[in-house]
Design a protein around this ligand. Structure first.
Ligand SMILES: [Fe+2]
Length: 129
């Protein structure tokens, strides 16, 4: 489980709230799987769909804000968002094609990218938005 605290704050309330929402989607996913292991497939699908949509929404907004201030690392930031979008898209396709998407794989990926992206890449614009 990931706990949001001030160290995650990028200095913009809107984005902080969206990051909290992303964290809660991931935490809820883990809680639901533990509570209903027999529904793992449905929970995985539901979470992937939800996350996919929310991530698009969140990244679009963040990119708009950063482009509005002519952020100097915008290109590499967008490239990193794209990698995450591609990875989620790939998991969705594998899921639709009934190939295995392991719950554990998804949890590890989400925790790693979220923590690394927010604490590493997003933090670079702290104080600018
Ligand atoms: Fe970002």
């Amino acid at each position: 489980m990931i706990e949001w605290d001030e160290t995650f704050s990028v200095g913009n309330n809107n984005i902080d709230e969206q990051h909290q929402k992303l964290i809660s989607i991931i935490n809820d996913f883990q809680k639901k799987i533990v509570a209903n292991p027999e529904k793992e497939v449905e929970i995985l699908q539901e979470t992937l769909d939800h996350l996919f949509d929310y991530v698009q929404y969140h990244f679009d907004l963040e990119e708009d804000l950063l482009s509005g201030i002519h952020y100097s690392h915008l290109e590499s930031h967008i490239a990193q968002h794209q990698e995450i979008r591609d990875h989620l898209q790939n998991m969705k396709i594998r899921f639709i094609n009934k190939q295995m998407v392991l719950t554990l794989e998804m949890v590890i990926f989400l925790q790693e990218w979220l923590v690394e992206h927010i604490l590493g890449t997003d933090m670079k614009y702290k104080g600018l938005l």
